[in-house]
Design a protein around this ligand. Structure first.
Ligand SMILES: *Cc1c(COP(=O)(O)O)cnc(C)c1O
Length: 381
């Protein structure tokens, strides 16, 4: 018999909801048309893609024509940064981002630096917030883009997006935000928040892997980075992943419908976890802000242990969690995010991230803490 799996890693990926799978299935078989074909079979695929586009637009307060489908969140980040940078390089070559971005942003910035762009990486404070003063002070004549993530994938910190949008607008600089962790967890309105470009990824909100979105405000121009056909208004060549796009559309519709209830549920479970740790395990530190964080994110460092060792012990009990982020596991250096908030390497190595979701219950939390209470003292010896 398969051991009961207790999944606490929703920031890494999520299970595709049954309703989402159901909507996708016909597009693998009966409705297999190419969305660019003119006959009825193709037009049906086109209609499905456009319906999904409308759902995405509605979920973030955008217009359907501002939505571009991509192959993942990473591609959306690449397209936003490179597309905007290349298009605006005559205006200027300076970009502002933060030290705690996802590798999809940081590595893209490194590539742009090699191509002659200059990048300012803003510091964050001990809770993971950028400073609005530092942001404003780093704006130059040649600044063309500010890219700051909505919610951090490791420590859950929610940046002051509205205020960043305000500053960007005041200085006539474009504002992109990697919102891959935020969509489905936090309400987003690109108008109110003055966001010019935004990335998301379906597999982080109970949709399929391998499909993402870049929103770009109407009137904001950007270059395409993948050459080929004219798909996605000539901004992203490649035959549309129709089933994936349909799944993304359904998933975002479901995710935004019950968002308040979902937030409440996850926040309660998270607080239950924090209070059980407080009660039962000495010498720990909560990473990220106590309040302004993703509802389901709990990142805790336990003194005197190795996060990866802890993960393996938890895995023996059927528990899926993360030490730092999935992208950096296996690498010997501590997480760049935990170092940026000023953690000593010993504490950074001993961090455990849990990210809660739909299926989690209080009983899961009880079980997890029970295991931690047993394992941590042994690892500390
Ligand atoms: C997961 C993630 C990405 C990458 O999305 P993929 O669809 O897996 O490429 C980018 N940014 C953040 C913040 C993420 O959590």
């Amino acid at each position: 018999m398969r051991m009961k799996i207790r999944y606490f890693d929703h920031a890494a990926t999520t299970m595709v909801k049954e309703e989402v799978v159901k909507e996708m299935l016909p597009y693998f078989s009966l409705e297999y048309g190419n969305a660019s074909s003119l006959y009825t079979l193709g037009r049906k695929a086109r209609k499905a893609v456009e319906e999904a586009r409308e759902k995405v637009a509605k979920a973030i307060g955008a217009k359907p024509k501002e939505i571009y489908f991509t192959s993942c969140g990473s591609e959306a980040d690449n397209l936003a940064l490179k597309g905007i940078a290349y298009h605006n390089q005559k205006k200027g070559k300076h970009i502002i981002t933060s030290k705690i971005e996802h590798p999809a942003i940081l590595e893209t910035c490194k590539t742009l630096e090699k191509q002659g762009f200059e990048v300012t990486y803003l510091n964050v404070d001990e809770n993971g917030f950028i400073s609005l003063q530092e942001l404003e002070a780093s704006i130059r004549q040649d600044t063309i883009l500010i890219s700051i993530m909505f919610a951090n994938n490791e420590i859950g910190t929610l940046q002051p997006i509205y205020e960043i949008g305000n500053i960007a607008r005041k200085h006539h600089i474009l504002f992109h935000t990697d919102s891959v962790q935020a969509v489905g967890n936090v309400e987003i309105d690109v108008e109110k928040m003055q966001i010019d470009a935004l990335s998301m990824s379906a597999h982080k909100f109970y949709g399929p892997k391998g499909v993402g979105v870049l929103y770009v405000r109407e009137g904001v121009e950007f270059d395409r980075i993948q050459d080929g056909g004219h798909q996605e208004k000539n901004k992203r060549a490649g035959t549309e992943n129709v089933a994936g796009i349909v799944g993304l559309g359904k998933a975002i519709e479901l995710a935004t419908k019950n968002i308040e209830e979902y937030q409440k549920k996850l926040t309660n479970l998270r607080e239950e976890y924090f209070s059980q740790i407080e009660e039962k395990i000495p010498n720990y530190k909560i990473n990220g802000d106590r309040i302004k964080r993703l509802p389901g994110n709990a990142n805790v460092s336990f003194e005197g242990i190795e996060g990866e060792e802890l993960l393996l012990k938890l895995d023996e009990k059927g528990i899926c969690a993360s030490a730092g982020s999935a992208c950096s596991s296996g690498s010997p250096t501590p997480s760049h995010v935990l170092l940026a908030i000023g953690l000593k390497p010993e504490l950074a190595y001993g961090s455990l991230r849990i990210s809660l979701g739909e299926e989690n219950t209080k009983e899961d939390i009880d079980f997890l803490v029970e295991q931690l209470v047993e394992i941590i003292p042994k690892l500390r010896k």
